[in-house]
Design a protein around this ligand. Structure first.
Ligand code: C6P
Length: 415
Protein backbone atom coordinates (compact mmCIF):
# COMPACT_ATOMS: atom_id res chain seq x y z
CA UNK A 1 0.00 0.00 0.00
CA UNK A 2 1.01 3.57 -0.42
CA UNK A 3 3.21 4.89 2.34
CA UNK A 4 1.26 8.13 2.14
CA UNK A 5 -0.23 8.28 5.58
CA UNK A 6 -2.70 11.07 6.01
CA UNK A 7 -6.42 11.41 5.94
CA UNK A 8 -8.10 12.14 2.66
CA UNK A 9 -8.85 15.73 3.66
CA UNK A 10 -5.17 16.62 4.10
CA UNK A 11 -3.10 18.26 1.43
CA UNK A 12 -0.87 15.91 -0.51
CA UNK A 13 2.42 15.15 1.27
CA UNK A 14 4.76 15.41 -1.68
CA UNK A 15 7.87 14.40 0.29
CA UNK A 16 6.14 11.15 1.27
CA UNK A 17 4.96 10.58 -2.28
CA UNK A 18 8.47 11.11 -3.64
CA UNK A 19 9.87 8.44 -1.30
CA UNK A 20 7.56 5.93 -3.05
CA UNK A 21 9.28 6.48 -6.43
CA UNK A 22 12.79 4.96 -6.42
CA UNK A 23 13.77 6.39 -9.83
CA UNK A 24 13.46 9.98 -8.57
CA UNK A 25 16.58 9.54 -6.43
CA UNK A 26 18.92 9.31 -9.39
CA UNK A 27 21.17 11.95 -10.84
CA UNK A 28 21.47 12.90 -14.52
CA UNK A 29 24.67 14.61 -15.73
CA UNK A 30 25.63 14.93 -12.07
CA UNK A 31 22.44 16.76 -11.13
CA UNK A 32 19.30 15.54 -9.39
CA UNK A 33 16.79 14.22 -11.91
CA UNK A 34 13.89 16.61 -12.40
CA UNK A 35 11.34 14.60 -14.30
CA UNK A 36 8.84 16.83 -16.09
CA UNK A 37 7.86 14.52 -18.94
CA UNK A 38 4.88 12.88 -17.29
CA UNK A 39 2.57 13.30 -20.27
CA UNK A 40 4.90 11.00 -22.21
CA UNK A 41 5.00 8.45 -19.40
CA UNK A 42 4.85 8.55 -15.62
CA UNK A 43 7.30 7.12 -13.13
CA UNK A 44 6.40 4.05 -11.09
CA UNK A 45 5.76 3.69 -7.36
CA UNK A 46 7.47 0.92 -5.45
CA UNK A 47 4.16 -0.88 -4.75
CA UNK A 48 3.63 -1.24 -8.49
CA UNK A 49 7.15 -2.59 -9.04
CA UNK A 50 6.67 -5.01 -6.15
CA UNK A 51 3.37 -6.24 -7.60
CA UNK A 52 5.13 -7.13 -10.86
CA UNK A 53 7.98 -8.81 -8.97
CA UNK A 54 5.52 -10.75 -6.78
CA UNK A 55 3.48 -11.89 -9.73
CA UNK A 56 6.46 -13.21 -11.64
CA UNK A 57 8.19 -14.74 -8.63
CA UNK A 58 5.15 -16.22 -6.86
CA UNK A 59 2.11 -16.47 -9.15
CA UNK A 60 3.26 -16.68 -12.76
CA UNK A 61 0.93 -18.92 -14.79
CA UNK A 62 -1.49 -18.53 -17.65
CA UNK A 63 -5.02 -17.42 -16.78
CA UNK A 64 -8.41 -19.00 -17.43
CA UNK A 65 -6.73 -22.10 -18.80
CA UNK A 66 -5.01 -24.28 -16.23
CA UNK A 67 -6.60 -26.48 -13.58
CA UNK A 68 -3.52 -26.23 -11.37
CA UNK A 69 -3.25 -24.06 -8.28
CA UNK A 70 -0.82 -21.54 -9.69
CA UNK A 71 -3.08 -20.85 -12.65
CA UNK A 72 -5.97 -20.44 -10.23
CA UNK A 73 -4.02 -17.84 -8.24
CA UNK A 74 -2.95 -15.96 -11.36
CA UNK A 75 -6.55 -16.02 -12.60
CA UNK A 76 -7.87 -14.71 -9.27
CA UNK A 77 -5.36 -11.84 -9.30
CA UNK A 78 -6.16 -11.05 -12.93
CA UNK A 79 -9.93 -11.07 -12.37
CA UNK A 80 -9.60 -8.99 -9.19
CA UNK A 81 -7.61 -6.42 -11.17
CA UNK A 82 -10.48 -5.98 -13.61
CA UNK A 83 -12.77 -5.19 -10.72
CA UNK A 84 -10.22 -2.65 -9.39
CA UNK A 85 -10.28 -0.93 -12.76
CA UNK A 86 -14.07 -0.99 -12.91
CA UNK A 87 -14.17 0.76 -9.53
CA UNK A 88 -11.51 3.26 -10.61
CA UNK A 89 -13.62 4.37 -13.59
CA UNK A 90 -16.94 3.82 -11.82
CA UNK A 91 -18.10 1.61 -14.68
CA UNK A 92 -21.38 -0.17 -14.00
CA UNK A 93 -20.03 -3.65 -14.72
CA UNK A 94 -16.57 -5.24 -14.87
CA UNK A 95 -17.56 -6.80 -18.22
CA UNK A 96 -17.32 -3.29 -19.61
CA UNK A 97 -13.56 -3.25 -18.96
CA UNK A 98 -11.54 -4.57 -21.91
CA UNK A 99 -7.77 -4.91 -21.60
CA UNK A 100 -5.78 -3.56 -24.54
CA UNK A 101 -2.17 -2.46 -25.03
CA UNK A 102 -2.89 1.21 -24.46
CA UNK A 103 -5.00 4.17 -25.52
CA UNK A 104 -3.94 3.72 -29.13
CA UNK A 105 -5.15 0.15 -29.30
CA UNK A 106 -8.36 1.01 -27.45
CA UNK A 107 -9.27 3.60 -30.08
CA UNK A 108 -8.26 1.30 -32.95
CA UNK A 109 -10.44 -1.41 -31.44
CA UNK A 110 -13.50 0.83 -31.55
CA UNK A 111 -12.71 2.08 -35.07
CA UNK A 112 -12.17 -1.45 -36.37
CA UNK A 113 -15.20 -3.03 -34.70
CA UNK A 114 -17.93 -0.49 -34.06
CA UNK A 115 -16.65 1.68 -36.90
CA UNK A 116 -16.42 -1.02 -39.54
CA UNK A 117 -19.87 -2.33 -38.64
CA UNK A 118 -21.72 0.95 -38.28
CA UNK A 119 -19.95 3.62 -40.29
CA UNK A 120 -20.33 3.79 -44.05
CA UNK A 121 -20.12 5.99 -47.12
CA UNK A 122 -21.14 9.58 -46.48
CA UNK A 123 -21.10 9.17 -42.70
CA UNK A 124 -19.21 11.61 -40.50
CA UNK A 125 -16.90 11.28 -37.51
CA UNK A 126 -16.44 14.37 -35.37
CA UNK A 127 -13.01 14.97 -33.82
CA UNK A 128 -11.36 18.06 -32.41
CA UNK A 129 -8.49 20.19 -33.57
CA UNK A 130 -6.40 19.23 -30.56
CA UNK A 131 -6.46 15.44 -30.98
CA UNK A 132 -3.41 13.22 -30.67
CA UNK A 133 -2.60 11.20 -33.81
CA UNK A 134 -3.96 8.15 -31.96
CA UNK A 135 -7.40 9.72 -32.09
CA UNK A 136 -7.11 10.83 -35.71
CA UNK A 137 -5.35 8.14 -37.72
CA UNK A 138 -7.56 5.14 -36.73
CA UNK A 139 -10.61 7.14 -37.86
CA UNK A 140 -8.88 8.24 -41.04
CA UNK A 141 -8.06 4.61 -41.91
CA UNK A 142 -11.73 3.81 -41.41
CA UNK A 143 -12.83 6.79 -43.51
CA UNK A 144 -10.58 5.71 -46.38
CA UNK A 145 -11.98 2.20 -46.25
CA UNK A 146 -15.61 3.20 -45.96
CA UNK A 147 -15.89 6.53 -47.73
CA UNK A 148 -16.77 8.36 -44.54
CA UNK A 149 -15.26 11.71 -43.58
CA UNK A 150 -13.80 13.54 -40.60
CA UNK A 151 -15.31 16.77 -39.31
CA UNK A 152 -13.09 18.81 -37.01
CA UNK A 153 -14.22 20.94 -34.06
CA UNK A 154 -12.13 24.13 -34.03
CA UNK A 155 -10.69 25.75 -30.92
CA UNK A 156 -10.07 29.28 -29.74
CA UNK A 157 -6.58 30.78 -29.56
CA UNK A 158 -6.59 30.01 -25.83
CA UNK A 159 -7.06 26.32 -26.65
CA UNK A 160 -10.74 25.85 -25.77
CA UNK A 161 -13.05 23.87 -28.02
CA UNK A 162 -15.75 25.92 -29.76
CA UNK A 163 -18.85 24.19 -28.42
CA UNK A 164 -21.12 26.25 -30.67
CA UNK A 165 -19.20 24.98 -33.70
CA UNK A 166 -19.25 21.49 -32.27
CA UNK A 167 -22.99 21.49 -31.94
CA UNK A 168 -23.43 22.75 -35.47
CA UNK A 169 -21.27 19.88 -36.77
CA UNK A 170 -23.63 17.26 -35.32
CA UNK A 171 -26.13 16.13 -37.92
CA UNK A 172 -27.93 13.06 -39.23
CA UNK A 173 -24.68 11.80 -40.84
CA UNK A 174 -22.66 11.92 -37.60
CA UNK A 175 -21.84 8.38 -36.45
CA UNK A 176 -19.18 9.01 -33.80
CA UNK A 177 -17.72 11.79 -31.67
CA UNK A 178 -14.15 11.12 -30.52
CA UNK A 179 -12.46 13.68 -28.30
CA UNK A 180 -9.59 14.00 -25.83
CA UNK A 181 -10.46 14.45 -22.18
CA UNK A 182 -7.23 16.42 -21.66
CA UNK A 183 -4.97 17.77 -24.42
CA UNK A 184 -1.40 16.46 -24.19
CA UNK A 185 -0.09 19.75 -25.61
CA UNK A 186 -2.35 22.50 -24.29
CA UNK A 187 -3.41 20.91 -21.03
CA UNK A 188 -7.00 21.89 -21.82
CA UNK A 189 -9.55 19.86 -19.89
CA UNK A 190 -12.38 19.51 -22.38
CA UNK A 191 -15.99 19.62 -21.20
CA UNK A 192 -16.53 15.98 -22.15
CA UNK A 193 -19.74 15.57 -20.11
CA UNK A 194 -21.30 18.42 -22.08
CA UNK A 195 -19.85 17.12 -25.35
CA UNK A 196 -21.31 13.68 -24.59
CA UNK A 197 -24.67 15.11 -23.56
CA UNK A 198 -25.09 16.93 -26.87
CA UNK A 199 -24.12 13.85 -28.89
CA UNK A 200 -26.00 11.24 -26.90
CA UNK A 201 -29.18 13.35 -27.12
CA UNK A 202 -28.90 12.78 -30.89
CA UNK A 203 -28.12 9.08 -30.54
CA UNK A 204 -24.44 9.53 -31.47
CA UNK A 205 -21.86 7.49 -29.52
CA UNK A 206 -18.95 9.27 -27.86
CA UNK A 207 -15.42 8.02 -27.36
CA UNK A 208 -13.19 9.83 -24.90
CA UNK A 209 -9.40 9.59 -25.14
CA UNK A 210 -8.51 9.60 -21.46
CA UNK A 211 -4.73 9.17 -21.86
CA UNK A 212 -3.88 12.47 -20.16
CA UNK A 213 -6.69 12.52 -17.62
CA UNK A 214 -6.65 9.40 -15.49
CA UNK A 215 -3.51 10.20 -13.47
CA UNK A 216 -4.63 13.71 -12.69
CA UNK A 217 -8.33 13.81 -11.83
CA UNK A 218 -11.11 11.46 -10.77
CA UNK A 219 -12.82 9.91 -13.79
CA UNK A 220 -16.39 8.61 -13.60
CA UNK A 221 -17.48 7.21 -16.95
CA UNK A 222 -21.13 7.10 -15.89
CA UNK A 223 -21.10 10.74 -14.85
CA UNK A 224 -19.33 11.69 -18.09
CA UNK A 225 -22.02 9.84 -20.03
CA UNK A 226 -19.58 8.61 -22.68
CA UNK A 227 -19.86 5.28 -24.50
CA UNK A 228 -16.14 4.50 -24.71
CA UNK A 229 -13.20 5.67 -22.62
CA UNK A 230 -9.62 4.63 -23.42
CA UNK A 231 -6.47 5.07 -21.36
CA UNK A 232 -2.89 3.75 -21.03
CA UNK A 233 -1.48 2.15 -17.90
CA UNK A 234 1.95 3.72 -18.30
CA UNK A 235 0.53 7.25 -18.02
CA UNK A 236 -1.03 6.46 -14.65
CA UNK A 237 1.99 5.03 -12.81
CA UNK A 238 1.46 1.54 -14.27
CA UNK A 239 3.46 -0.59 -16.71
CA UNK A 240 3.80 -0.06 -20.45
CA UNK A 241 1.96 -2.42 -22.79
CA UNK A 242 -1.31 -2.41 -20.88
CA UNK A 243 -4.31 -0.17 -21.22
CA UNK A 244 -8.04 -0.15 -20.82
CA UNK A 245 -10.99 0.37 -23.08
CA UNK A 246 -14.21 0.99 -21.20
CA UNK A 247 -17.24 0.38 -23.39
CA UNK A 248 -20.90 0.60 -22.59
CA UNK A 249 -22.11 -2.97 -22.26
CA UNK A 250 -24.90 -2.85 -24.85
CA UNK A 251 -22.46 -1.51 -27.46
CA UNK A 252 -19.74 -4.03 -26.62
CA UNK A 253 -22.29 -6.85 -26.82
CA UNK A 254 -23.43 -5.74 -30.27
CA UNK A 255 -20.04 -4.98 -31.81
CA UNK A 256 -18.15 -7.55 -33.90
CA UNK A 257 -14.93 -9.04 -32.56
CA UNK A 258 -11.55 -7.34 -32.94
CA UNK A 259 -8.80 -9.96 -33.17
CA UNK A 260 -9.32 -13.72 -33.32
CA UNK A 261 -7.53 -16.40 -31.32
CA UNK A 262 -7.43 -18.33 -28.09
CA UNK A 263 -9.30 -17.08 -25.06
CA UNK A 264 -12.00 -15.20 -26.98
CA UNK A 265 -14.01 -18.09 -28.38
CA UNK A 266 -16.92 -20.20 -27.17
CA UNK A 267 -16.50 -22.91 -29.81
CA UNK A 268 -14.53 -23.38 -33.01
CA UNK A 269 -15.08 -25.68 -35.97
CA UNK A 270 -13.65 -25.26 -39.44
CA UNK A 271 -17.06 -24.03 -40.50
CA UNK A 272 -17.81 -21.55 -37.78
CA UNK A 273 -16.65 -19.88 -34.57
CA UNK A 274 -18.81 -18.57 -31.78
CA UNK A 275 -17.41 -16.09 -29.34
CA UNK A 276 -16.96 -15.87 -25.60
CA UNK A 277 -18.99 -13.51 -23.43
CA UNK A 278 -17.78 -10.02 -22.53
CA UNK A 279 -15.10 -8.94 -22.00
CA UNK A 280 -13.17 -11.99 -23.27
CA UNK A 281 -14.67 -11.67 -26.74
CA UNK A 282 -12.25 -8.77 -27.32
CA UNK A 283 -9.22 -10.31 -25.63
CA UNK A 284 -7.68 -12.83 -28.03
CA UNK A 285 -4.46 -14.57 -26.96
CA UNK A 286 -2.66 -14.75 -23.65
CA UNK A 287 -3.20 -11.36 -22.08
CA UNK A 288 -0.62 -9.12 -20.46
CA UNK A 289 -1.27 -10.68 -17.06
CA UNK A 290 1.61 -8.98 -15.26
CA UNK A 291 0.64 -5.67 -16.84
CA UNK A 292 -2.93 -5.99 -15.63
CA UNK A 293 -1.81 -6.81 -12.10
CA UNK A 294 0.71 -3.95 -12.14
CA UNK A 295 -1.92 -1.54 -13.43
CA UNK A 296 -4.30 -2.49 -10.62
CA UNK A 297 -1.51 -1.87 -8.09
CA UNK A 298 -0.85 1.54 -9.65
CA UNK A 299 -4.52 2.47 -9.53
CA UNK A 300 -4.73 1.30 -5.92
CA UNK A 301 -1.81 3.62 -5.21
CA UNK A 302 -3.34 6.73 -6.81
CA UNK A 303 -6.64 5.93 -5.14
CA UNK A 304 -4.90 5.68 -1.75
CA UNK A 305 -3.20 9.03 -2.30
CA UNK A 306 -6.56 10.39 -3.48
CA UNK A 307 -7.32 11.71 -6.94
CA UNK A 308 -9.09 14.77 -5.58
CA UNK A 309 -6.01 15.53 -3.54
CA UNK A 310 -3.73 14.93 -6.53
CA UNK A 311 -5.89 17.20 -8.70
CA UNK A 312 -5.81 19.99 -6.10
CA UNK A 313 -2.05 19.65 -5.63
CA UNK A 314 -1.35 19.68 -9.36
CA UNK A 315 -3.69 22.64 -9.92
CA UNK A 316 -1.72 24.68 -7.41
CA UNK A 317 1.63 23.53 -8.86
CA UNK A 318 0.48 24.23 -12.40
CA UNK A 319 -0.63 27.76 -11.52
CA UNK A 320 2.75 28.34 -9.87
CA UNK A 321 4.56 26.94 -12.93
CA UNK A 322 2.52 29.02 -15.41
CA UNK A 323 3.31 32.18 -13.50
CA UNK A 324 7.01 31.31 -13.10
CA UNK A 325 7.39 30.44 -16.78
CA UNK A 326 5.60 33.63 -17.84
CA UNK A 327 8.39 35.55 -16.10
CA UNK A 328 11.05 34.12 -18.44
CA UNK A 329 11.76 36.80 -21.09
CA UNK A 330 10.73 35.68 -24.57
CA UNK A 331 8.77 32.67 -23.33
CA UNK A 332 5.23 32.19 -24.64
CA UNK A 333 2.88 29.58 -23.24
CA UNK A 334 0.72 27.81 -25.82
CA UNK A 335 -2.54 26.89 -24.16
CA UNK A 336 -4.22 29.21 -21.72
CA UNK A 337 -7.65 27.57 -21.38
CA UNK A 338 -9.58 28.25 -18.18
CA UNK A 339 -9.79 24.54 -17.30
CA UNK A 340 -6.30 23.12 -17.52
CA UNK A 341 -4.35 20.13 -16.31
CA UNK A 342 -0.66 20.41 -15.42
CA UNK A 343 0.71 20.39 -18.97
CA UNK A 344 2.67 23.48 -19.98
CA UNK A 345 3.81 23.84 -23.58
CA UNK A 346 5.87 26.81 -24.60
CA UNK A 347 8.15 28.39 -27.15
CA UNK A 348 11.15 30.51 -26.22
CA UNK A 349 11.98 33.20 -28.75
CA UNK A 350 13.23 31.46 -31.86
CA UNK A 351 15.17 28.77 -30.01
CA UNK A 352 14.27 25.37 -31.42
CA UNK A 353 12.42 23.29 -28.83
CA UNK A 354 14.86 20.41 -29.37
CA UNK A 355 17.73 22.71 -28.37
CA UNK A 356 15.77 23.70 -25.27
CA UNK A 357 15.23 20.03 -24.41
CA UNK A 358 18.89 19.17 -24.94
CA UNK A 359 20.21 22.03 -22.81
CA UNK A 360 17.67 21.34 -20.05
CA UNK A 361 18.78 17.71 -20.02
CA UNK A 362 22.34 18.83 -19.22
CA UNK A 363 20.81 20.53 -16.16
CA UNK A 364 19.05 17.30 -15.13
CA UNK A 365 15.64 18.53 -16.29
CA UNK A 366 13.64 16.12 -18.48
CA UNK A 367 11.01 17.70 -20.70
CA UNK A 368 9.66 16.77 -24.12
CA UNK A 369 10.19 18.75 -27.30
CA UNK A 370 8.55 18.17 -30.66
CA UNK A 371 5.09 17.96 -32.17
CA UNK A 372 3.87 15.60 -29.43
CA UNK A 373 2.05 13.47 -32.03
CA UNK A 374 -0.28 16.41 -32.70
CA UNK A 375 0.81 17.74 -36.09
CA UNK A 376 -2.60 19.23 -36.99
CA UNK A 377 -2.60 21.09 -33.68
CA UNK A 378 0.93 22.40 -34.32
CA UNK A 379 -0.30 23.74 -37.66
CA UNK A 380 -3.18 25.46 -35.89
CA UNK A 381 -0.75 26.99 -33.40
CA UNK A 382 1.53 28.08 -36.23
CA UNK A 383 4.63 26.41 -34.81
CA UNK A 384 6.54 23.31 -35.92
CA UNK A 385 7.07 22.15 -32.36
CA UNK A 386 6.87 23.18 -28.72
CA UNK A 387 8.79 22.45 -25.53
CA UNK A 388 6.55 20.82 -22.93
CA UNK A 389 6.81 20.44 -19.18
CA UNK A 390 4.18 18.07 -17.83
CA UNK A 391 3.78 17.65 -14.09
CA UNK A 392 2.65 14.84 -11.84
CA UNK A 393 1.88 14.25 -8.19
CA UNK A 394 5.57 13.91 -7.22
CA UNK A 395 6.76 17.19 -8.73
CA UNK A 396 7.52 20.20 -6.54
CA UNK A 397 7.77 23.97 -6.68
CA UNK A 398 11.54 23.61 -6.26
CA UNK A 399 11.62 21.55 -9.44
CA UNK A 400 9.64 24.24 -11.26
CA UNK A 401 12.17 26.80 -10.00
CA UNK A 402 14.97 24.59 -11.34
CA UNK A 403 13.22 24.45 -14.72
CA UNK A 404 13.04 28.23 -14.82
CA UNK A 405 16.71 28.54 -13.83
CA UNK A 406 17.66 26.05 -16.54
CA UNK A 407 15.69 28.07 -19.09
CA UNK A 408 17.80 31.06 -18.13
CA UNK A 409 20.83 28.94 -19.12
CA UNK A 410 19.16 28.33 -22.51
CA UNK A 411 18.73 32.08 -22.96
CA UNK A 412 22.40 32.69 -22.09
CA UNK A 413 23.50 30.12 -24.69
CA UNK A 414 21.40 31.72 -27.41
CA UNK A 415 21.95 35.36 -26.55
N1 C6P B 1 0.96 10.93 -25.67
C1 C6P B 1 2.86 12.32 -25.20
O1 C6P B 1 4.05 12.52 -24.95
P1 C6P B 1 -0.29 5.44 -26.02
O2 C6P B 1 0.91 5.67 -26.87
O3 C6P B 1 -1.28 4.51 -26.70
O4 C6P B 1 0.04 5.05 -24.62
O5 C6P B 1 -1.02 6.86 -25.87
C2 C6P B 1 -1.36 7.58 -27.01
C3 C6P B 1 -1.97 8.90 -26.65
C4 C6P B 1 -3.29 9.13 -26.95
N2 C6P B 1 -3.90 10.26 -26.60
C5 C6P B 1 -3.26 11.25 -25.97
C6 C6P B 1 -3.99 12.49 -25.59
C7 C6P B 1 -1.93 11.09 -25.65
O6 C6P B 1 -1.28 12.07 -25.02
C8 C6P B 1 -1.23 9.90 -26.02
C9 C6P B 1 0.23 9.73 -25.76
C10 C6P B 1 2.36 10.90 -25.35
O7 C6P B 1 2.07 13.25 -25.30
C11 C6P B 1 3.20 10.14 -26.32
S1 C6P B 1 3.06 10.78 -27.96
Amino acid sequence: MASVVSTRRDALDVAAVRRDFPILRQRVHGRPLIYLDNAATTQKPRVMLEALQRYYSEENANVHRGVHSLSGRATDAYDAARETIRRFLNAADSREIVFVRGTTEGINLVAQTYGRARIGAGDEIVLSEMEHHSNIVPWQILCEEKGARLRVVPMTDAGELRLDEYESLLNECTRMVAVAHVSNVLGTVNPVAEIARLAVARGIPVLVDGAQAVAHMPVDVQALGCDFYAFSGHKVLGPTGIGVLYGRRALLEAMPVYQGGGGQIASVTFDRTTYAALPYKYEAGTPNIAGVIGLAAALDYVTAVGLDRIAAYERDLSTYAASALSGVPGLRLTGTARERAAVLSFVLGDVHPHDIGTILDREGVAIRAGHHCCQPLMRRLGVPATARASLALYNTREEVDALVAALERVREVFE
